[in-house]
Design a protein around this ligand. Sequence first.
Ligand code: SF4
Length: 87
Amino acid sequence: MKGSEASRPPLMADAKCREHPELKWVPIQSRVSPKQLVEMRTICMSCSHRAECREHAITHDEHGMWGGTTEVERERLKSEGRLPADA
Ligand code: SF4
């Protein structure tokens, strides 16, 4: 199991991202192609853990794709007041 998968909380053992270790779920933003971002976001949209995954990322200041959002997107949503700052 790759490091990016291992960092997912245990309750996400059946997470869809675990079926796609070839993707960079915890990337340095600039190294992920637009095509990969679309692919990851599409996978997240079909995952039953999407809401809790995003909450986890917000709470733990995670990097990469969590719950269909990147850290840049989560920061923007927080700054716009669309997500709780300390969820
Ligand atoms: S929402 Fe996306 S990143 Fe989160 S557990 Fe599901 S597939 Fe993985």
